[in-house]
Design a binder for this molecule. Structure first.
Ligand code: MG
Length: 278
């Protein structure tokens, strides 16, 4: 089996210091948290940024600060940067405010989807905005990670490909453990069905939200995909204990993957598997 690529989603839009004091909020905390994850074996840094009141925001300067500090570091400059264009931080084309800084990747949700955790029960991704973000990514050589919350979104991703707004091979992420009318069934059987629908040559990662994180990570290791962990999806180490850092979650994935016979990809190997640069 291919080596395992580990993404760490260090911050996200939801967890706060009051939920887990180790949640990295400031740019400085984010870089420090990421450095620990990188040294533990993660290759891809997925991140959102927060304002001074811990609210998610679309402050380009904050994205730029993290990107520049990582790029200038002599230790973690090989990181694959993957900022989020997610909708909890704000609306409209500002969601792509950092794309001209040319991170190697960015997340892209291909369509709107009914999920309970969003206001009015819908995660809004209007098609004109999705088209705009995809085209900007193409222009700046930023490879999208297609966020799949529901099975129909695979077809929405393929429509973007058919319009030549995204290039193959496509990298998908399946998000399990969210509730809502359109949400994926959190089951291994569903994962198999999703994998079967992907075009040849695609790569995929799984994220599991909340208590599903570890179980979903294990499925991905077993089925030949890649893993996302981190506080964005889950702030606990087990049912009764908060994780003491993002790196602690990464370290567990490294251990589980090696035990099951899959070595961990370096950033260089991850770039080869993901066909980077885009
Ligand atoms: Mg995210």
């Amino acid at each position: 089996m291919d080596k395992l690529i580990i993404t760490c989603a260090i911050t996200g839009s939801l967890p706060r210091k009051k939920d887990n004091p180790a949640t990295p909020i400031s740019s400085q905390e984010q870089v420090q948290s990421w450095a620990e994850c990188y040294l533990a074996g993660a290759s891809i840094l997925h991140f959102h940024v927060r304002d001074d009141t811990e609210n998610p925001c679309l402050d380009k300067n904050k994205f730029q600060h993290v990107i520049e500090v990582v790029r200038k570091s002599i230790i973690i400059n090989d990181t694959i940067l993957q900022p989020s264009t997610g909708g909890r931080s704000g609306a409209g084309i500002q969601r792509g405010c950092f794309l001209d800084l040319q991170p190697e990747m960015a997340s892209l949700t291909p369509s709107s989807v009914k999920l309970d955790a969003f206001s009015n029960g819908v995660y809004e991704n209007p098609s004109d905005l999705v088209d705009y973000l995809a085209k900007k990514m193409l222009e700046y050589n930023v490879k999208p990670e297609l966020e799949i919350f529901s099975e129909f979104q695979i077809n929405d991703a393929l429509r973007l490909r058919d319009k030549n707004y995204i290039k193959e091979p496509i990298h998908f992420q399946f998000v399990f453990g969210i509730k809502g009318p359109d949400a994926l069934d959190a089951s291994e059987k569903k994962l198999d069905q999703l994998i079967a629908k992907l075009p040849n040559g695609s790569t995929w990662t799984c994220a599991g939200v909340g208590r599903y994180q570890l179980e979903v990570n294990k499925w991905a290791i077993k089925h030949g995909g890649h893993v996302r962990t981190g506080f964005e999806d889950n702030i606990k180490y087990d049912k009764d204990t908060l994780a003491n850092s993002n790196a602690q979650l990464v370290e567990r994935i490294v251990r589980l993957s090696k035990e099951s016979g899959r070595a961990i990809a370096t950033p260089k190997e991850a770039r080869q598997m993901l066909n980077l640069p885009y």
